[in-house]
Design a protein around this ligand. Structure first.
Ligand code: AN0
Ligand code: CP
Length: 317
């Protein structure tokens, strides 16, 4: 594997899950692969899970890691080509990225949607500059439109916990006070469609996702109806995608919070969320603390998805 930015880069999903379960049982069996190899992790945004799990995965593989928070200690970066740099940004991404490439063998990038330009966000302007100018394999640690390491961990978690071949998976929008990207729901939809599950997306009107990611999923505007018979409930907030509200919070309807009452409509569903989660906005305390909550094993699987991706990149070096 060269780059990892979306579901297509991982190839056959059955094979990928099989490899993930093998790696999970033998985390230190591939230590030779990363010897004398350096992973550089570049963060334009905050992180707890991605930072720790990816670093742990790299350590399992014998790699060295360097972590840089671009906003803390590095020069402020200009990202627009052609600007006269007389403002507060002393360095351009066009030099910074190839320089970063000099000090490592693999680069992970976290760069969320900025909500300044839908076109720039949906063209993955920042991530693609790393792919074009770093000279190194690049993987997404959540970019503007997708979070594939999360979706891969979600897929592994569903495969480990499903009790039927083709479970009903419901992704529900839930309220949140701040504008969040569409990357997690886009990516989850992309992976669930590729996995071939019975996949339903539910959200209030106005929160329609890019049809490219919705694919053949069923969209149901009545959350209660969507939840009927669900085997997995995947909660997530996202801001509006459609114009003119791109990147905006258009409502915070607490009627969409995932509560025990909502979970009672399901087929004793497992509850999932990528975390971080705002309790009693997205999900009630009792649901996230219940025996059906998978949020912690889901987060644990981030180490595994990252390790499979790094392993495959190292094998391709
Ligand atoms: C981010 C998001 O919704 O994309 C990261 C989730 C993994 N969440 C927040 O910023 C709270
Ligand atoms: N789920 C996830 O990516 O979490 P972090 O933002 O903490 O990395």
């Amino acid at each position: 594997m060269r780059h990892f930015t979306n579901v297509n880069d991982i190839g056959d999903l059955r094979e990928a899950v099989k490899e993930a379960l093998e790696v999970k049982n033998n985390r230190f069996g591939y230590k030779h692969l990363g010897q004398d190899k350096t992973l550089l992790m570049i963060f334009f945004n905050s992180s707890l899970r991605t930072r720790l799990s990816t670093q742990k995965a790299a350590m399992n593989l014998g790699m060295n890691t360097i972590v840089l928070d671009v906003n803390q200690g590095a020069w402020k970066l200009e990202t627009e080509r052609g600007v006269i740099m007389d403002g507060d940004k002393p360095e351009h991404l066009l030099e910074a990225v190839p320089v970063m490439g000099c000090y490592c063998d693999v680069i992970g990038v976290r760069s969320f949607a900025r909500f300044e330009s839908k076109e720039d966000d949906y063209n993955e302007k920042i991530l693609n500059q790393f792919i074009e100018h770093s000279g190194r394999p690049v993987f997404s640690m959540e970019a503007a439109t997708r979070h594939p390491l999360q979706s891969f961990a979600d897929l592994i978690t569903i495969e480990e916990n499903k009790t039927k071949e083709r479970p009903k998976v419901v992704m529900t929008w839930a309220p949140h006070p701040k504008s969040l990207p569409q990357a997690v729901p886009n990516s989850f939809a992309e992976w669930m469609n590729a996995a071939g599950y019975d996949f339903v997306i539910t959200h209030p009107e106005g929160y329609e996702l890019d049809p490219k990611f919705v694919g053949n999923a069923r969209v149901e505007y009545d959350q209660d109806k969507a939840l009927e018979g669900a085997d997995f409930v995947y909660a997530k907030n996202w801001s509006a995608y459609a114009d003119p509200n791109y990147g905006k919070v258009i409502n915070m309807d607490r009627g969409w919070t995932v509560t025990a009452e909502k979970m009672a409509l399901t087929n004793n569903a497992k509850f999932m969320h990528c975390l971080p989660v705002r309790r009693n906005m997205i999900v009630s305390d009792d649901v996230i603390e219940s025996a059906n909550s998978l949020v912690i094993p889901e987060a644990a699987n981030r180490e595994i998805s990252a390790q499979v991706v790094l392993k495959r990149i190292l094998e391709g070096l």
